[in-house]
Design a protein around this ligand. Structure first.
Ligand SMILES: C[S@@+](CC[C@H](N)C(=O)[O-])C[C@H]1O[C@@H](n2cnc3c(N)ncnc32)[C@H](O)[C@@H]1O
Length: 486
């Protein structure tokens, strides 16, 4: 994103007010409780929240950004003694400004033009009739430029990290370029008026589905359906997850040839009335562990399942065969020496009336490790995924467990899928440009990065969001992704 200059807010204040220093509202008082409550509420809003576009760390709540921008730009009434000569008049005016903030921070009012316009009018009144530019030099997930833009202020941001810059562009820069445009994809039937970024969003959805269909043609065979047991109505169902656990050789010499699971939970669903969990069936005589699915049960069953093979103490586990304690060091040693394995514990399928949990079967284990998948994965691991994972990281790292290269964070099948989808982002871009031209869009070949607005730039814009989908997938389609039991 373009960086114009530093310290815009300070500059504007000096320029507009001359030598006389005018205090801004934020320097005197802001309605903290109201802002905090709106910020807390916002945390629970997932659908349609800009933060769900792409993960970024330490995002500031949008409500707080909006309020802080407003309070930084609007004068405190005590700065205008001509208009507010008494303490009572100052207090009254502050109350009025607080009421504006109270409305401004509400999530429902994020697109309420009336409320936003009221805030803009106050900013103009304090900034010499202008809406001054705002620049966040460490913009990260882009909350501050986004809220500045919402308040009508020319917004700028920058960041050291290119991913953050891309998020900022996708959130702030690209949508206004293609504002109020109809979608270009050929199958669109509803040619009614599209507001703001609705047309762009419609195309992202369409070409995202296009990618899914193409991917299914190419790698669908790696994702076979599962046979549902009779109690789930029989027939075949689409699998939505395979639940694996990493395994290590039992630390008990009597069972050293048996791999035991390191499972932090066996619970599959904690949803009321739909409780389900994995029940490991241990046969010491034949030295085997198989996994059954149980449903219903009692609080005790669920609590026990929730423990997996964890010990209450620290990061210790227990051997399912012998009960021997498995220490973190033992797990790390197994990981580093290549002795760590994996076991399929359960399959989650999409059945009629909701998720169905099915016991693992050998055919599904084999499909996950097909020779073709292994070949593609090997290539990836030896090339662009050969880099080292961080050895130290706030919150912990997998490095010490032998997962010391990026390629080791994915199963063979996951790598095949990620490769397929990232190839498809490029193919989609070509397809979008062709469809846009066929739809009569401006054939200007200027790319998006050079300010283009034609078919080429549009195809690039849509593919930015498609690329974000692959980013999100690489988070969920990794071997360190855990199963949410909700
Ligand atoms: C706390 S985050 C900002 C979060 C942002 N305000 C939001 O709400 O999403 C801090 C950002 O500063 C960036 N950063 C760190 N050092 C930087 C530098 N020297 N120049 C530019 N950006 C930097 C980081 O990449 C990170 O995205």
């Amino acid at each position: 994103m373009t960086i114009r200059s530093n310290n815009f807010i300070g500059d504007v204040r000096k320029r507009k007010t001359g030598a006389q220093y005018k205090k801004k509202l934020i320097e005197v008082a802001i309605p903290l409780e109201v802002i905090n409550a709106a910020a807390v509420r916002e945390k629970s809003i997932r659908h349609g929240h800009p933060s769900t576009l792409h993960l970024w760390w330490a995002r500031r709540p949008l409500a707080a950004c909006r309020a802080v921008l407003f309070a930084q730009l609007v004068d405190d009434p005590s700065s205008n003694p001509d208009k507010f000569p008494t303490e009572a008049a100052v207090e009254e005016e502050r109350k009025r400004l607080f009421a504006i903030i109270e409305e401004l921070v509400k999530w429902e009012n994020s697109t309420n033009e009336e409320v936003l316009e009221r805030a803009r009018a106050e900013i103009r009144a304090s900034c010499g009739g202008e809406l001054p530019p705002v620049y966040d030099p460490f913009s990260g997930g882009g909350s501050i430029p986004l809220e500045a833009q919402r308040l009508g202020l020319p917004a700028y941001g920058s960041d050291l990290n290119p991913v953050a810059v891309m998020i900022g562009k996708a959130m702030i820069e690209i949508p206004p370029k293609f504002k109020n445009m109809e979608p270009i994809h050929p199958s669109i039937k509803d040619r009614s008026f599209y507001r703001n970024a609705e047309g762009l969003a419609e195309d992202v959805k369409h070409y995202g589905e296009w990618m899914r269909e193409k991917a299914f043609e190419r790698i669908g065979h790696l994702y076979p359906k599962v046979d549902l047991p009779q109690e789930h109505g029989g027939g075949k169902a689409t699998v939505i997850a395979w639940i694996w656990a990493r395994t290590v050789p039992s630390p008990d010499p009597a069972f050293a040839d048996v791999h035991v699971p390191i499972a932090s939970s066996f619970l599959l669903s904690s949803k009321k009335g739909r409780e389900a969990w994995i029940d490991p069936v241990v046969d010491r005589a034949s030295k085997s562990i198989t996994y059954e699915i149980r449903t219903g049960g009692s609080k005790n069953d669920w609590a026990k399942a929730k423990e997996g093979t964890k010990q209450r103490r620290g990061a210790h586990f227990r051997c399912l065969m012998s009960g021997t304690v498995i220490t973190p060091d033992y797990v790390k040693k197994a990981g580093k020496s290549g002795e760590m394995g994996q076991s399929l514990l359960a399959i989650v399928a999409e059945g009629k009336g909701g998720r169905k949990y099915v016991a693992p079967n050998e055919a599904h284990v084999h499909t996950a490790f097909s020779d073709r998948a292994a070949k593609v994965a090997k290539e990836g691991r030896e090339t662009f995924l050969s880099g080292e994972t961080p050895a130290r990281l706030t919150g912990g790292t997998c490095h010490g467990y032998g997962l010391d290269e990026w390629g080791k964070l994915f199963t063979d099948r996951q790598l095949v899928a990620l490769n397929t989808f990232s190839d498809l982002v490029h193919e989609a871009r070509v397809q979008i440009e062709a469809d846009a031209l066929a739809d009569g869009m401006n054939p200007d070949p200027t790319p998006l990065r050079e300010g283009g607005k034609g078919a080429k730039a549009y195809a690039e814009a849509v593919s930015v969001y498609l690329g974000f989908i692959v980013d999100k997938c690489s988070d969920y389609w990794s071997s360190i992704c855990s199963w949410g039991t909700f």
